[in-house]
Design a protein around this ligand. Structure first.
Ligand code: SF4
Length: 427
């Protein structure tokens, strides 16, 4: 039996695509294994969204080259391949490279299978080997061209997956016992823009009719949260009250330079609207520090703006220039020490926000829903519908991976980053 291992960097769209690629191999008799077990095929699904993502991709490739069985193949796919790198030139003879729009051909190429390869957007799977909460890709590409972002260049223009194919996959996941799906795309809010009379809200309305128990939205750009969308989500118990809404800067001058499509005033209004419709909602933001050439004043505005937002967590990134992008042509003189300090102070602020939100969930006894993922000693861990990590005691070993539990958070877990929860009987 041939062995395969897969490493995925980056976003949920990549995670979905890894599941779909893996499914083709497993259905043809391959077994999933760890890298140290010397696989016959190793797949690295790469990311190039930051310098660090590229570094991690190269690291994973080097590890794969060390561990591959004699005669085995190391496959490198995804955004970093689209971007290109001298690293690939240096290792050209030892790697098989596939761009994003060739991912569906990987199995066919390696096995020279008679099966004709699927259409890219139909790269789908009703199986899941790597996730308990399963990503479902519904959209690819972006044409927003934010000044710092490489994705429009490596993922191409926006395209939506046909609804029939999405619903078939969701039905099949539900039949196979999957409780939570994560709706993903490169710019998810653009879903349906290439289909007449269709959009993300219509898609959500169709998905809630299926038997899937829990639907989570991955990152959505702020301008897609209109009142109709917020009201619908607020009315649906199946949709997690968790929203990841990229902010990127709390300074209007930086937002304009970034070619973002909203002001801080508009962003604040959207967050307030979400919070007033769903008061317990978890809201997370992304922010970039050190965008060329962010001044102390601009950074100060970002800090104060975030400090006043009712959010529950923050992902902080340090700007690094990406090939092809507008920002890579801008003057960029900010010292690494300054941007590091800014990053650290926002990370601290983010941690405070997270703690405040966790405290709120405990004190208000907010009902949570949690799909059990892994067991660590006597605790099951899970990322709950409100996007807090919870630990649920199971000393008698009666729970199972993938079960959906109604719980309530009781306390902080002091030796770890999460909350201790207990089962309860809300619906
Ligand atoms: S919306 Fe902006 S940040 Fe997001 S993928 Fe498109 S260009 Fe990149």
């Amino acid at each position: 039996m041939k062995k395969i291992s897969i490493t995925t960097l980056g976003c949920k769209t990549n995670q979905f695509e890894s599941e779909a690629i893996l499914d083709q191999f497993i259905k043809h008799g391959y077994v999933l294994c760890e890298l140290i077990e010397n696989p016959d095929i190793v797949i690295i699904n790469t990311c190039c969204v930051t310098n660090r993502a590229e570094y991690k991709s190269r690291y994973a490739i080097r590890r794969a080259l060390k561990n591959i069985s004699p005669g085995g193949k190391v496959v490198v796919a995804g955004c970093y391949v689209n971007k290109g790198s001298s690293f690939f030139e240096e290792n050209r003879k030892r790697l098989l490279l596939f761009q994003n729009d060739q991912k569906h051909e990987i199995f066919h190429h390696i096995e020279k299978s008679e099966d004709s390869p699927q259409d890219f957007l139909e790269l789908s799977t009703d199986s899941y080997y790597l996730h308990t909460r399963v990503p479902v890709k519904v959209q690819d590409g972006c044409n927003f061209f934010c000044a710092y972002c490489i994705l429009p260049y490596v993922r191409g223009k926006p395209v939506s997956r046909p609804i029939r194919s999405i619903i078939e996959q969701v039905n099949s996941l539900a039949e196979n016992g999957v409780k939570e799906m994560i709706l993903t795309g490169i710019n998810l809010g653009l879903y349906g823009f290439d289909i007449e009379n269709f959009n993300l809200l219509y898609l959500l309305k169709e998905i809630v009719k299926t038997d899937i128990k829990q639907i989570r939205l991955s990152s959505i750009e702020p301008m897609f949260f209109n009142d109709e969308m917020i009201d619908f989500i607020a009315s649906q118990k199946k949709i997690c009250p968790h929203f990841h809404i990229p902010l990127q800067s709390g300074s209007d001058s930086v937002l304009a330079k970034m070619n973002r499509k909203y002001s801080t005033l508009e962003f604040n209004k959207i967050i307030q609207n979400v919070k007033s419709a769903i008061p317990d909602a978890a809201i997370g933001c992304d922010v970039i520090v050190g965008f060329p050439d962010e001044t102390d004043e601009e950074f100060g505005k970002t800090y104060d703006f975030i400090d006043n937002l009712p959010i529950s967590y923050l992902h902080v990134f340090r700007y690094s220039p990406r090939k092809f992008t507008k920002a890579s042509e801008m003057e960029w003189n900010l010292s690494g020490t300054v941007s590091k300090k800014r990053m650290q102070s926002l990370q601290k602020l983010g941690l405070n926000k997270k703690n405040e939100y966790s405290k709120y969930l405990i004190e208000k006894k907010v009902p949570l829903k949690a799909v059990l993922e892994t067991k660590q000693k006597e605790y099951w861990t899970s990322v709950s519908d409100h996007y807090v990590k919870i630990f649920l005691k199971d000393e008698y070993n009666i729970a199972e991976n993938g079960m959906l539990k109604n719980v309530v958070a009781k306390d902080f877990k002091t030796d770890s980053d999460g909350l201790i929860a207990e089962e309860c009987s809300h619906d």
